[in-house]
Design a protein around this ligand. Structure first.
Ligand code: AMO
Length: 450
C-alpha cells in the first residue's frame, strides 16, 4: 500500500512503498541518490551497488514518475536536514519501477530559481510548471482564491456562477472578443459585471470567481487577454464608505492570511511581508495627483487617470507616510468609467468609483452603481450603448433594484504583486495574450478567417 512521503517519518525501520517524481538524481560510483517528491513532501532515497536493481536504477531519469519499495532509516544526527519535512530519515531503495517515463529534459530544472527567459518558460509550460518555485506560485494563487471566498462569505455574500458569453459588452471600449454565436454577434464577457448586478437584486449580496476576456491591443507586463476576476456586489448600500470598507476588508484579509499561511514560501523566496495598517489611506484621484506632483514635479492636473508610473509613486508615498502597501483611490472622472458608474451627487464630473492599489499597481476596481432604471437608460443612450443588447440586465432595474455597488480583484494581478513577480504571465498557469494560446499564434496554422 502506498505511503505518502510526509508519513515516512513515522515508519522508521519499516518497509514502505512510495510513488512520486524524481526531482534530482546524483550518482556517486557505487551509490545513486534520488530526491523523490509526491504531493505531500520530498524525501532523499538511496540505492547501493550491492542491490540487484542497481543497474535498473542507474537508467532512471529526472522527472520520471516512479514506484519505490524500500526501508526507512533514521539519519545520523549530523546528516539531518532541517529544511525538509523528511529531513530526519532516508529511504533505502529495495526496488524501483518507472511508472511514467520522461524524455531527457531540454534544460536544467534544478535549483531554487528556474533561470529561463519568459518565452521558454511559457513554451515548455507543462514541463516548467513542475519546478518547485512555479508550483509555489500556484499554491499561493489557490490560497488567494480561498481567502477571497472566506472574506466574501464573511460579508454574508452568496457565491454565484455566471455565463462567459453575452449579447452586450459591459465595460465598453474596443477590447472585446466577439463570438459567432449560431450566426449571431455575441461577446466574451469583459467582466461578470452585468450578472452580479442582476443577482444583487435577487440575493442582496453575491460574489463570483469568473473568467473575463479583454482583447488587449498591446503587450504589457500587467495585461492578459483572459483574466480571472474575483467580484463582489452588495445591495442596500447607504454610504459610499461602506463600499470602501468592504474593499479594504477583503483586500487586506486576503493578503494577510495568504502571507501568514505561506510564510515559509515567502522566506524561501526572500519576499518581504506586506505592510497592512489598520486603516488603509484613502485619497481622491485629484488629491493623489497633487501628492505625486509635489513629489515629482510632474503636472497631472489634466490627466484623467493614474498611469503605471503614478501608481508606483503614490504607493511609495503610502509606504513612507502610512506604512501601508495598500492605498485606495476614489472619485475618478465619470466619463472614464463604465456606463453603470454612479456620478458623485456633489460633483457629477467625478464618480463614486475607486481602485485599490497594492505594491505599485491597481489590483481592484469598483464603484457605486446607478440603480435607477430611467437614469441608466439615459446614460446608456448618451454613451451609444445599445439598450437592445442589455434587455435582461435592464429588466432587473425595473423591479426593485436597491442602491448597490461592488468591486473586482484581478486574481493574476494580485498573485503577481504578492509574489513580486516582474510579469503577470508568470502568475498564470496557461496565459493568453496577443502572442499565444498555449502555442505561439505565429506558429498556428491555418490563420483564422476574418
Ligand atoms: P476593471 O476593468 O478595472 O473593472 O477590472 C477589474 C480588475 O481586473 C483586473 N484586470 C486585468 N488583469 C489583467 N489583465 C487585464 N487585461 C485586466 N483587466 C482587468 C485588474 C482590475 O482592477 N466591472 C469592473 C469592476 C467593478 O466595477 O466591479 C471591471 O471590470 O486587477
Amino acid at each position: 500500500m502506498r505511503t505518502l512521503i510526509k508519513d515516512t517519518v513515522e515508519k522508521i525501520d519499516q518497509e514502505v512503498e512510495i510513488k512520486g517524481w524524481v526531482r534530482l538524481k546524483r550518482e556517486h560510483g557505487k551509490i545513486v541518490f534520488f530526491d523523490i517528491e509526491d504531493r505531500s513532501a520530498l524525501i532523499q532515497t538511496v540505492i547501493f551497488s550491492k542491490n540487484d536493481n542497481f543497474e535498473k536504477a542507474k537508467n532512471i531519469k529526472p522527472e520520471e514518475a516512479v514506484y519505490i519499495k524500500g526501508i526507512v532509516h533514521a539519519r545520523p544526527e549530523n546528516a539531518v536536514n532541517p529544511k525538509l519535512i523528511t529531513g530526519k530519515v532516508e529511504l533505502e531503495i529495495e526496488d524501483i519501477e518507472v511508472i511514467g517515463k520522461s524524455e531527457t529534459l531540454p534544460f536544467d530544472m534544478g535549483g531554487i530559481d528556474l533561470k529561463l527567459e519568459l518565452p521558454t518558460l511559457l513554451d515548455f509550460r507543462s514541463l516548467t510548471l513542475k519546478h518547485e518555485t512555479q508550483r509555489d506560485i500556484f499554491k499561493i494563487q489557490a490560497s488567494i482564491a480561498e481567502e477571497f471566498r472566506n472574506a466574501a462569505e464573511k460579508l454574508d455574500a452568496t457565491e454565484i456562477f455566471v455565463p462567459t458569453i453575452a449579447a452586450g459588452a459591459s465595460e465598453g471600449g474596443a477590447d472585446v472578443f466577439s463570438v459567432n454565436y449560431y450566426g449571431h454577434h455575441a461577446y466574451m464577457i469583459q467582466s461578470p459585471q452585468l450578472y452580479k448586478q442582476m443577482m444583487v437584486g435577487i440575493l442582496e449580496r453575491v460574489f463570483t470567481i469568473s473568467k473575463a476576456y479583454r482583447a488587449e491591443p498591446s503587450v504589457t507586463t500587467r495585461h492578459l487577454s483572459e483574466v480571472t476576476m474575483m467580484d463582489v456586489e452588495i445591495a442596500f448600500v447607504e454610504k459610499f464608505e461602506e463600499l470602501l470598507d468592504a474593499v479594504e476588508f477583503v483586500g487586506s484579509s486576503i493578503v494577510k492570511n495568504v502571507t501568514e499561511k505561506h510564510k515559509n514560501i515567502f522566506e524561501k523566496l526572500n519576499i518581504e511581508m506586506p505592510l497592512i495598517p489598520n486603516s488603509i489611506p484613502r485619497l481622491k484621484l485629484r488629491e493623489a495627483q497633487e501628492i505625486i506632483t509635489k513629489r515629482t514635479g510632474r503636472d497631472l492636473s489634466k490627466e484623467m487617470d493614474l498611469n503605471p508610473e503614478d501608481e508606483k509613486e503614490i504607493c511609495a508615498w503610502a509606504r513612507e507616510e502610512h506604512k501601508s502597501d495598500f492605498v485606495t483611490i476614489t472619485h475618478y472622472p465619470t466619463k472614464k468609467r463604465a456606463f453603470y458608474t454612479y456620478p458623485d451627487p456633489e460633483n457629477p464630473e467625478y464618480s463614486l468609483s475607486y481602485d485599490l492599489l497594492f505594491r505599485g499597481a491597481e489590483i481592484l476596481s469598483g464603484s457605486k452603481r446607478i440603480n435607477d432604471y430611467e437614469k441608466l437608460l439615459e446614460v446608456m443612450k448618451q454613451r451609444n450603448v445599445n439598450p437592445k443588447n442589455f434587455g435582461m440586465y435592464l429588466m432587473a432595474f425595473k423591479y426593485g433594484m436597491p442602491p448597490e455597488g461592488g468591486f473586482s480583484f484581478g486574481l493574476e494581478r494580485l498573485t503577481m504583486k504578492i509574489l513580486e513577480l516582474d510579469n503577470i504571465r508568470k502568475a498564470v498557469l496557461f496565459p493568453r495574450d496577443m502572442e499565444r494560446i498555449d502555442e505561439r499564434l505565429s506558429q498556428l496554422n491555418p490563420k483564422a478567417e476574418k
